[in-house]
Design a protein around this ligand. Structure first.
Ligand code: FES
Length: 101
């Protein structure tokens, strides 16, 4: 099983972490403890948007229409994605992922 090392950032708090490929990014953030206490409160059902991160879309794959609609309702920026919809991949190696909340 391949692992990827990347950096999570929330405000000025930074954590370098490692996760197995195909792990849900939101689960990695939740397990790291760097997220807000209210992080991912819908349980990865794509209903809350509290798992939003700033990440280049080319690193995270194309979002589904349901995710785009949720992000748009939140005042989405082009680089925002729901981390519950992102699987860790080798593309994240060494990258910085910023939590929105
Ligand atoms: S955990 Fe609620 S939208 Fe991702």
């Amino acid at each position: 099983m391949a692992c990827v090392r990347f950096i999570l950032q929330r405000g000025t708090k930074i954590l370098e972490t490692q996760a197995a490929v195909n792990t849900r990014l939101a689960q990695v953030i939740k397990d790291s403890g760097i997220g807000d206490p209210d992080f991912s409160h819908c349980g990865f059902k794509l209903e809350c948007g509290s798992c939003a991160v700033n990440i280049d879309h080319s690193l995270a794959g194309a979002p589904k229409i349901e995710e785009l609609m949720l992000l748009k309702s939140m005042g989405d920026e082009k680089s925002t994605r729901c981390s519950c919809q992102i699987q860790v991949s080798e593309k994240l190696e060494g990258k910085t992922i910023k939590l929105v909340w």
